[in-house]
Structures are given as structure tokens and as C-alpha cells.
Design a protein around this ligand. Structure first.
Ligand code: WTA
Length: 659
């Protein structure tokens, strides 16, 4: 079927979605399947027969300076080691290897700025800048194993900074630009970062926000932070501290390029802080050889990659794992051309993504359900003017995708020609674990499908831990995989207790609940811990609560998630005030300010409900289940264990009145 996007109307789309809403399975479109790279239905079974051997075969496709001696060492489980004894450099595999093969002129990134700027960065240019920035980092005193913080917007320099770290064996710690400087300071301090690479200011929807001055006011006290490198981007005046601050471009111009250093396969590659069930973020640590292997393979398989033809557009931010794995490492290792967009999906207009798809002839698009739902809400009129016929495959990540959003994506964006892959994974898994092989598998809207070759997942009974062949339970990964996290930075005990106590040292506890159906399709339901997923961004209830109680007028706070049509989940905060405090709108504004300052604007609650009291058990534990029931307007069920059952009734009335 050929797509004529110009004929799209809301009524037409609604009618089509109504027609297909009940359809359970969607086979790969014939035109796609005929041309697919992976067509062998036996690929999963062969990998499952010898998973370690399978991963060795995949690892051999990379360039190693020393081959490994042991593919998987599980002697100290759950501290698994992959490709032990091997040496490899990531920037060598992402850049030098391709330039040597004659691909230097290939565009690595078509960068698009918020105000319409365009810049193409070729593999040769990226190599040159990376090699020189690696030299600059060395000149600033960075040595193998040192941590380098990166707090940058979506500009090519973020990739240069990351790859330069990998070139000399420094460990990068990228913090999403949407997090506050206060939260960056915390992450720099706990990771003992020696250098921070940041920017003068960032741009957001036509406004320029100072970044470097914020960094100065929050990070001046960090004794371990020796140097701050500043990228000129927003063109604003900033103070530079003598002896500590250097300009990125000047450091790069003055530096000698350095060659890639062969790194131990298990050398730490990066730390990425993510929310856990306490207020302290978890420093999820990945290592070199196994991560690169799984990222390269999954990027190729899930997106049915044709590196010579594809233009890949992942709309995530580099500050999240999706950006690390599928904007930077996977695409570069596979010599892919990507689109990198600096701005928001609705700036300068709500059709900007579709304009970019048309302009760059994007073939594979990877985004999140929240973004798809936002586009649905904005309406097909923003899509209709654009020719999206270059698209061949659509991907989704970050949260469960509801069938309606799936079908809209498939019909309106993909013109029913493109398979939609729903990819399930986590910061911890490093790479996509469950998704369809797009040329082979039927998709079921709402289900991520089956594990990719070499991976295994199952669902376990929450009480007994037994595998549930069909039905609902806790998602688990019963076998190590190359891109698994290796530890939590500086906290190996928390690594063991968070992931390897529930089912033992051989089976990874995911933290999601899921259902497996009669055909073995995995349907991820959501988190089972105190992690809230707002627009695909992981936030911890404890982290938000501790930011709220930091306000001097607040006595106690309890934060829960409520289902939300647009963002998947939304944060609802119940707050009690100190004696003499005034629970008013002004206080809510101040609390929001506190959260924005400590975590970032993305963590601000959708609603703050002031209450006299929080529902507690007789032993003083806050009953969050009841708070969730109130927020989702459900019957409250059993409240007899409460110290004061009257509290919830009042709270429920109050919530409804304000809803
Ligand atoms: C959720 C993002 C359903 C899940 C790559 C997981 C998903 C958490 C999906 C990880 C999906 C991610 N379907 N749920 N396709 N993808 N999740 O670490 O709860 O930011 O545990 O990694 O997001 O979030 P993280």
C-alpha cells in the first residue's frame, strides 16, 4: 500500500483505528519482509543452544587488539565477567575502523539545531575531534579510570566528549540536561568526578538558559572537581575561573590527537545514575567489551539495519541510556548515519520531527509512547504536510505502549508499510532485551514480543519464585548477558541486594511485572518498586519526597504514581505542613521550586495535595496503596489496619473536590 499522507484526516484515522483495534497480530509487511536482513526463523533457537558461543560470534565482528581467553567467567556471580583477557577500544571500533575502511566521508550525524541550524558531522571529522579532545583531556590530567562528568545539551560535542573518554579509558558520567545543576553536583560528588564537560548555556523552545553559572554556584565546593571544560553554544557571557575552567574549542585546538588505548574488556566504560527505591540514585556501571558487543548486535537486529542506506533517528536525549546505546554507541559501531535533534518535539512547531524525517529521508525512527501520544493529541494536521515515505521501521521504548498509540504510530506515521517494534530494556540491561525481529515476528500491539537471540527472560510467581509458563508475575532474566550492568558504582552490596537476592545469584531481578501469553509474548505491565515512570523517565518516590520535605514548612510527604493518558504515569504528592505553616498555592509553588532545584523540572508533581494527616498503619508506615487508590479514584478497600481510618475518607473527599 502506498501512503498518501496528504489525505490524512482525524475522522479517517479514527475510522481506520476502530477497524484494526481488535486485531491481535500484525505480520511483518510483505514489502518489508522481502527485503529484511534477518530472515532466518531459527536464529533464536540456535543462539539458545549455545548462548555464550553465540555472543562470542557476535563479539568477533568487532576489532579486538587482544582476543579474550574466557568468554564468560561466572566464578564470582553475580559479578560476571565477559570476554576476559580481551582488549578492545570503543572509539577505535566506532570511528578509526570505519575511516580506515574508507567510510570517512560518511555522515555520522545530521545535526539540527532548535533555530533551524544544520550541521553534518562525518566519521572522519568525528574521529579527528575525538582524538584531539582525548588529548585535551589527558592534558587536563585525566587518566585511565578517572571519572569525567558530561552535562551537555543535544549537540555533537556530547558525542565527542563521550568517545574521547573511551579513547583513553576514562569513565564518563553523563547527566541529562533536564536535571538541575544541584542534581549534577550530587552525581559528580558521589562518582568522584575529576573533570566536568558542560556548556555556556542551553536553548529550549526559543529561550536561552544559563548553564555554566548554575554549575559554578552548585559545584564550586567540590574539591575533587579539578577542571571544568565549557562548550560555546548559546553565545552568552560566562565567568571563567582561572586555573579551573577551559574552553572546549581552545583545549581541542591546542591538543595533540591521541591513538585509542586498548582497554581491558571489563574496564569500566560509563556510569549512568538512575533512580532506585531510595533517595540516593544508583550509579549503574557498564564495562567495555560486552556492552559494545550487545549494543552493536541489538541495534543491527532490532532495526534490521542496512548501514549503507539507513538514516536512523532516535529522538531520546543522550543523557538517558537510550541515547547512550542507540544515538551514540550502537549507531556508530555499525557505521550508521543518524539524525540528532537539539530541540523539543513541538519547537519550532509540532511537525518538526516529520519535517526532519522528510528533509533527511529518515528510514528508521525510534521514540517513546509518550511522544506518540502527544503527537496524537496535537493531531494529524501536523503530520499530513510531510512526505514520510522514506520510513521503513518504527521503534518504541521506555514504557508500555497502549494499543491505540501503537496503531496510530503504525497507520499515521508508518503508512501501514513499517513494522512497529516495541523494545523492552533498562539502563541496567544496557541493550534491548525483548522485541520483535521485524522481518520475522508478528507484532502484537502492547506486547514487546520475545527476547532477542542470546537473551532469555521469564516470568516468576511473586510468592514462590517459580517460573510461570503462562500468566502474570515478576520479570526475570535467568542468564547473564554481555551488556549487563556489572555493579553499582562504589556500592557492590546494593548491587547484590537490589538485583540478585530475590531469585538468587543466577537470575536477575528486573523490578517489572509482566505477563507471558500462550504464544510466549511478553507483556510488560510496570514497575514493582517505588520507581515512577513519567514520560519514560525514571524517578524515585523517595527522591521526590526528600526534595519536598527539604522545604522548611513541610512536615511529611508521600509521593505516588497515578496513571496518566499522556505521560504514562504522573506524580501525585500528599503533603502535611509544619505547625503554623500555610498550605496555600504559594507554598505549592515553592515546593515545586525546591523539586526543580534539587532534581529538575521533570520531577514536579502533577498535583500537590495538602492534608492534615497521611494514612498510616499502627506501626507508623505510610499506606501508599491507599494514596494510589485515592489518586486513581478507586474504592478504598480494607482500611482496618490504619491507625485512624477517618484520615483516608477525608483525604478522598478533598481529592475529589479538587480533581
Ligand atoms: C520501563 C529505558 C514497557 C520498564 C530503556 C523498565 C518499558 C524501565 C519498556 C527502564 C517497554 C522500558 N515496555 N516498559 N518497551 N521499555 N520500560 O532504565 O519499567 O530508563 O524497567 O531504560 O522502563 O527504564 P530505563
Amino acid at each position: 500500500m502506498t501512503q498518501n499522507v496528504r489525505e490524512l484526516t482525524e475522522e479517517g484515522v479514527e475510522a481506520r483505528l476502530a477497524e484494526v483495534l481488535g486485531q491481535e497480530r500484525f505480520a511483518p509487511p510483505v514489502t518489508f519482509a522481502d527485503d529484511a536482513e534477518i530472515t532466518d526463523p531459527g536464529i533464536r533457537a540456535r543462539a539458545a543452544a549455545d548462548p555464550v558461543g553465540y555472543w562470542e560470534g557476535e563479539a568477533r565482528k568487532l576489532r579486538w587488539s587482544t582476543p579474550w581467553t574466557t568468554a564468560l567467567n561466572d566464578a564470582e556471580a553475580p559479578f560476571y565477567r565477559w570476554f576476559e583477557g580481551g582488549r578492545i577500544n570503543i572509539s577505535d571500533n566506532c570511528l578509526d575502523r570505519h575511516v580506515e575502511a574508507g567510510l570517512g566521508d560518511r555522515v555520522a550525524y545530521h545535526w539540527h539545531g532548535e533555530e533551524g541550524e544544520e550541521r553534518d558531522v562525518t566519521y572522519a571529522e568525528l574521529l579527528d575531534r575525538t582524538a584531539r579532545f582525548a588529548g585535551a583531556l589527558r592534558a587536563l590530567g585525566v587518566r585511565e579510570g578517572d571519572v569525567v562528568g558530561i552535562y551537555l545539551p543535544m549537540i555533537p560535542e556530547v558525542v565527542v566528549a563521550m568517545l574521547a573518554c573511551t579513547r583513553i579509558g576514562a569513565i564518563h558520567n553523563v547527566v541529562f540536561g533536564g536535571f538541575s545543576a544541584g542534581s549534577v553536583a550530587e552525581r559528580m560528588e558521589i562518582s568522584d568526578a575529576k573533570v566536568l564537560v558542560t556548556v555556556d548555556g542551553s536553548r529550549r523552545k526559543g529561550r536561552t538558559m544559563p548553564v555554566k553559572p548554575e554549575v559554578d554556584s552548585h559545584m564550586g565546593h567540590l574539591a575533587g572537581l579539578e577542571k571544568v571544560v565549557v562548550v560555546r553554544h548559546a553565545g552568552i557571557d560566562v565567568d571563567m575561573t582561572d586555573g579551573r575552567d577551559v574552553w572546549f574549542d581552545e583545549a581541542l585546538d591546542a591538543a595533540d590527537p591521541v591513538d585509542p588505548v586498548p582497554m581491558d574488556a571489563e574496564a569500566p566504560l560509563f556510569i549512568l545514575y538512575s533512580s532506585g527505591s531510595t533517595a540516593k540514585p544508583k550509579g549503574i556501571q557498564h564495562t567495555t567489551g560486552g556492552y559494545l558487543t550487545a549494543i552493536t548486535t541489538t541495534h543491527r537486529q532490532a532495526f534490521d539495519l542496512k548501514p549503507d542506506e539507513d538514516v536512523f533517528f532516535c529522538t531520546a536525549d543522550v543523557g538517558w541510556v537510550t541515547g547512550h546505546s542507540y544515538i551514540v554507541y550502537g549507531p556508530l559501531a555499525n557505521a550508521t548515519t543518524s539524525v540528532m535533534y537539539e530541540g523539543a518535539p513541538d519547537y519550532p512547531h509540532k511537525g518538526i520531527w516529520w519535517e526532519l524525517v522528510e528533509r533527511r529521508k529518515v528510514t528508521k525512527l525510534y521514540t517513546a509512547p509518550t511522544a506518540i501520544r502527544a503527537c496524537m493529541k496535537w493531531g494529524v494536521e501536523h503530520v499530513a504536510p510531510h512526505d514520510l515515505s522514506s520510513l521503513k521501521l518504527l521503534g518504541s521504548v521506555g514504557e508500555p505502549i497502549n494499543p491505540k498509540a501503537w496503531l496510530w504510530y503504525w497507520h499515521v506515521i508508518g503508512g501501514e508499510r513499517c513494522p512497529v517494534i516495541d523494545t523492552w530494556w533498562q539502563t541496567e540491561t544496557g541493550a534491548i532485551v525483548v522485541t520483535s525481529l521485524p522481518g520475522i515476528d508478528d507484532a502484537k500491539p502492547g506486547s514487546a514480543g520475545h527476547p532477542l537471540p542470546g537473551f532469555e527472560v521469564d516470568v516468576r510467581d511473586a510468592e514462590t519464585g517459580d517460573v510461570v509458563p503462562e500468566g502474570e508475575g515478576l520479570l526475570a532474566i535467568p542468564r547473564p548477558w554481555p551488556s549487563m550492568l556489572r555493579t553499582l558504582y562504589g556500592d557492590p552490596d546494593r548491587y547484590v541486594s537490589t538485583y540478585w537476592e530475590r531469585f538468587g545469584k543466577e537470575t536477575y531481578f528486573v523490578g517489572d511485572s509482566a505477563r507471558v501469553d500462550a504464544d510466549g509474548y511478553v507483556w510488560v505491565i510496570g514497575r514493582v518498586d517505588d520507581v515512577i515512570n513519567v514520560s519514560g523517565h525514571r524517578l524515585s518516590t523517595a527522591e521526590v519526597e526528600s526534595a519536598i520535605v527539604a522545604h522548611p514548612q513541610v512536615a511529611e510527604a508521600a509521593v505516588v504514581a497515578r496513571a496518566d493518558d499522556l505521560t504514562g504515569q504522573a506524580i501525585i504528592a500528599y503533603v502535611t505542613v509544619q505547625q503554623g505553616g500555610d498550605p496555600c498555592d504559594a507554598l505549592a509553588d515553592e515546593i515545586n521550586g525546591e523539586i526543580a532545584e534539587r532534581i529538575g523540572k521533570l520531577a514536579r508533581p502533577k498535583r500537590i495535595v495538602f492534608t492534615q494527616d497521611l494514612p498510616k498503619t499502627r506501626s507508623g508506615k505510610i499506606m501508599r496503596r491507599l494514596l494510589r487508590d485515592i489518586a486513581e479514584d478507586r474504592d478504598l478497600g480494607d482500611t482496618t489496619t490504619l491507625a485512624d481510618p477517618g484520615v483516608v475518607a477525608t483525604l478522598q473527599e478533598q481529592y475529589r473536590a479538587g480533581a
